[in-house]
Design a protein around this ligand. Structure first.
Ligand SMILES: Cc1cc2nc3c(=O)[nH]c(=O)nc-3n(C[C@H](O)[C@H](O)[C@H](O)COP(=O)(O)OP(=O)(O)OC[C@H]3O[C@@H](n4cnc5c(N)ncnc54)[C@H](O)[C@@H]3O)c2cc1C
Length: 464
């Protein structure tokens, strides 16, 4: 306790406001966990920096005393990647949340890491501008989005967070401040250090400023819902639908829609069907959208769709996306679940979904699947139901390796967008070439020679 008091006193000397240093005994649990709150770590202090200078001073202090540091922005990750495993400091960037600049000449916005995605998007849209990356959780923050290379619904047309990061300011483990990339469109100048930081889950450096590419807001948008007699039939339509230039293609099964309806108290159109593809289109004119929707209808009908509904009304469109957007929370409210975020090559999606259905039948485990069909990213929720802790652990041990191994065998990856954190570490290490993991660890050793930044996450385990 004495040590904590001394530590808190010293940390308070590094920030402009004492109230932003929280000692161990006063840290709320949520700052030691992630969105699912299944794992909780421990820390000697929680600090809310508000500037690069403070972050640098805090990191320099930690480096000189070998104190581990876990960064967090909004804490919405689903993988335990903000759980401090080895004590030390939690640096929470939620108060470093300013939009610093919108540069209309270079189509770049500069923000601090704690700015919330939803607020950033709304501010841009009010000015006729657009930031496409769209993970389902709008209360996540840009710093976390970059550190996890967040994806979301619109990746099929626009790509993922990495594609929008032009430049970063980072604080290295020793407290030094570096600028990587900038406002240029192209960059063929040496190794892309910026791209090493994207997706690094707080293990290489702290992100303190972000220069993001933005686009003009598309003039028109519209959605459609196609209902199919089976998920397999719907999935068969996904590849041909890519020709219609969709912004999003999401797939959902009936039982998951029912959970979403219950959770939101909203109703989904075309009730009672086995499976759906939810489509969104952006375009610059009504005609362009009409053409895309026309092609999409034709493709869905050829694939056996029972219905194809163009959602004309903006409020109805929002309701449908609200139901889709709440699914992780809706499933979680129903039962504990193991969330998976496997991504497979787009032409193997159908095979993988069929495989999942077979495993479901054979194991008796309930697995609800939904996700970003347009980019092969399958979100599976494996439902615990009434199983005891021992039984749950046993079936997970049997089934999980099977799912990950099969995905790897067809060219898939353990995570498409949520990252590895702790929750998927075992499967990641098992299904990634040993040389690749070794190289990742060597890179960490260069950035962070004392292993202080988010130790024990992703490619780095505590024994290496
Ligand atoms: C309901 C729900 C739906 C979701 N849907 C999606 C989805 O569709 N697509 C998707 O991609 N994700 C989704 N997620 C997961 C989550 O929202 C994303 O991973 C998001 O990018 C995390 O952002 P965050 O600000 O909450 O980061 P945090 O949870 O705070 O941190 C995530 C990781 O980033 C690191 N980090 C945070 N800030 C910094 C920083 N300043 N410097 C260095 N490292 C940092 C942390 O150490 C941690 O490893 C969903 C989550 C929920 C709860």
């Amino acid at each position: 306790m004495m040590m904590d008091i001394a530590l808190a006193r010293e940390l308070r000397g590094l920030v402009s406001d004492d109230g932003r240093v929280i000692p161990a005994n006063m840290i709320e649990k949520k700052y030691l966990s992630d969105a699912l709150a299944r794992m909780t770590g421990s820390a000697e202090a929680l600090v809310f920096p508000v500037s690069t200078a403070e972050t640098s001073a805090l990191m320099d202090y930690a480096y000189r005393r070998d104190i581990p540091v876990t960064a967090r922005s909004a804490g919405t990750n689903l993988t335990g990647s903000t759980v401090p495993l080895t004590g030390g400091l939690v640096l929470d960037f939620s108060r470093m949340n300013r939009l610093l600049e919108i540069d209309a000449e270079t189509f770049c916005a500069t923000v601090e890491p704690g700015i919330l995605l939803g607020e950033f998007q709304q501010t841009l849209e009010a000015q006729g501008l657009f930031y496409p990356p769209d993970p389902g959780e709008k209360t996540s923050a840009i710093g976390g989005n970059i550190a996890t290379n967040a994806g979301g619904m619109r990746a099929v047309k626009y790509g993922v967070t990495r594609d929008y990061v032009r430049g970063l300011e980072i604080v290295k483990a020793d407290g030094s401040v570096l600028n990587l990339g900038g406002k240029t469109v192209k960059d063929a100048s040496g190794l892309s250090l910026k791209n090493l930081i994207v997706g690094s889950e707080g293990t290489l450096a702290l992100i303190t400023k972000c220069i993001l590419k933005i686009l003009p807001l598309p003039r028109e948008s519209k959605g459609a819902l196609a209902a199919f007699p089976s998920l397999e039939a719907g999935i068969a339509a996904v590849n041909p639908l890519l020709k219609s230039d969709p912004t999003a293609i999401e797939f959902l099964e009936r039982d998951i829609v029912a959970l979403g309806e219950k959770y939101t108290e909203l109703s989904f159109p075309l009730p009672g069907r086995a499976a759906y593809l939810l489509l969104a289109y952006h375009g610059n004119s009504k005609n362009e959208i009409q053409e895309r929707l026309h092609l999409a209808r034709e493709i869905c009908e050829n694939a056996g769709a029972e219905d194809f509904l163009v959602i004309e009304d903006a409020a109805a469109f929002d309701r449908v996306w609200q139901i889709r957007g709440c699914i992780v929370k809706a499933v979680e409210a129903f039962s504990e679940q193991e969330p998976l975020d496997i991504v497979v090559p787009i032409n193997r999606l159908s095979f993988f979904i069929n495989f999942v259905h077979n495993v479901e039948r054979e194991s008796g485990l309930r697995m609800v699947s939904f996700g970003h069909a347009g980019d092969g990213n399958v979100h599976l929720c494996v439902i615990r139901g009434g199983r005891s802790a021992e039984e749950w652990e046993r079936v997970l041990k049997e089934v999980m390796p099977l799912l990950y191994r099969t995905a790897a065998a067809i060219g898939g990856l353990v995570s498409g967008e949520h990252g590895i954190g702790i929750a998927k570490q075992r499967y990641f290490l098992e299904n990634t070439a040993a040389q690749n993991i070794a190289l990742m660890r060597q890179i960490k050793a260069v950035f962070d020679p004392k292993n202080l930044l988010n130790p024990g996450k992703s490619y780095h385990n505590l024994l290496s």
